[in-house]
Design a protein around this ligand. Sequence first.
Ligand SMILES: Nc1ncnc2c1ncn2[C@@H]1O[C@H](COP(=O)(O)OP(=O)(O)OP(=O)(O)O)[C@@H](O)[C@H]1O
Ligand SMILES: [Mg+2]
Length: 387
Amino acid sequence: MSQILIIDDERAIRKTLGEILSYEGYKVEEASDGEEGLKKFKEKNFDVVLCDIKMPKLDGIEFLDKAREANPDIPIIMISGHGTIETAVEAVKKGAFDYISKPPDLNRLLITLRNAMDKTSLVTETKVLKRKVGKVQEMIGNSPAIQRIKDTIEKVAPTDARVLITGENGVGKELVARWLHEKSNRSSGPLVEVNCAAIPGELIESELFGHEKGSFTSAIKQRIGKFEQASGGTLFLDEIGDMSLSAQAKVLRALQEGKITRVGGDKEISVDVRVVAATNKDLLKEVEEKNFRLDLYHRLSVILIHVPSLNDRRDDIPLLVDKFLENICIEYGIAKKEIEADALEALRDYNWTGNIRELRNVVERLVILSGKTIVKEDVVNNVVPRN
Ligand SMILES: Nc1ncnc2c1ncn2[C@@H]1O[C@H](COP(=O)(O)OP(=O)(O)OP(=O)(O)O)[C@@H](O)[C@H]1O
Ligand SMILES: [Mg+2]
């Protein structure tokens, strides 16, 4: 049953509204002024609040401010008497859900209430969804290499030390970065990702540091860069080996001084950012070939985490296959398929140049193409050997 709080100093109004709403099947509580209303609001989780504007002690607007501070997700509908319509409109601008006028029109009241409740359920749904989506995928594997990586994450995540993650394509570098953020003291802050390889060289600086309006031809609006967006959180510089030398120089300065300047701007802006970088290149080789700055390499690699190729930790393959089978079958809405031992053996022996990403794709293909149980023949027929 939905619970509604009615706050009004006029007993007659409380009585009328209370009766109507109880009759409509809502559970109603009353308060006779803003102060009492706020107390009840904080004690209980109401679905909607109806609140008068002119009241002794705490008036409607003050109530609105305080209530939204305490819980911004609960819709508040203002009840406006003669001469308070303007205030009611003001209240809506300040975050009230809507207002109704005195004497309340029954239909209008019920429709407004229903809309307000729809909004509450929407807000909670979005929150649950965000939590689900936000949850970081488990890092599967028992091999000593994965154990070591997990230990390092536990130790390093809560510090602000910069981490450089290396490893081939699809080994799980991004996953490591996500866990570093998740287990850090910054996990309530943002995790902002920049794929340095995907951004054209001439745009990377504006992407990272932002720009002021008019600083170059296409800069029609001011733009906040990723460093600023990540403030209070983690900035993940993916594919850092592909960053241009001039952008590298600016990143170096940002790391050294904790300050950035927007492109075309002159103001220095302090940023509180923990930087995690990843690359599939051999950065020291890039340094030798003068494609990467050695000073930046040292700044970034305070902690080094190398994620080994799947071919070097084949013992993890059965666990990974099992988990992927489970997840993929759930995605497809079918019962989990089994895999025979020799089929699994064939997967263990395969040459995984695309690492975990490729393994996941192969398992998905097998789920689609095989019967209830995946047999060796499925693997032989559907996974092209490569040696
Ligand atoms: N240990 C693991 N357990 C489960 N899933 C994993 C694991 N490692 C990686 N994955 C999954 O494999 C896929 C590839 O991982 P990820 O994107 O982190 O790799 P990457 O090293 O960043 O790849 P690239 O170099 O291509 O950017 C993702 O879907 C990721 O969730
Ligand atoms: Mg990646």
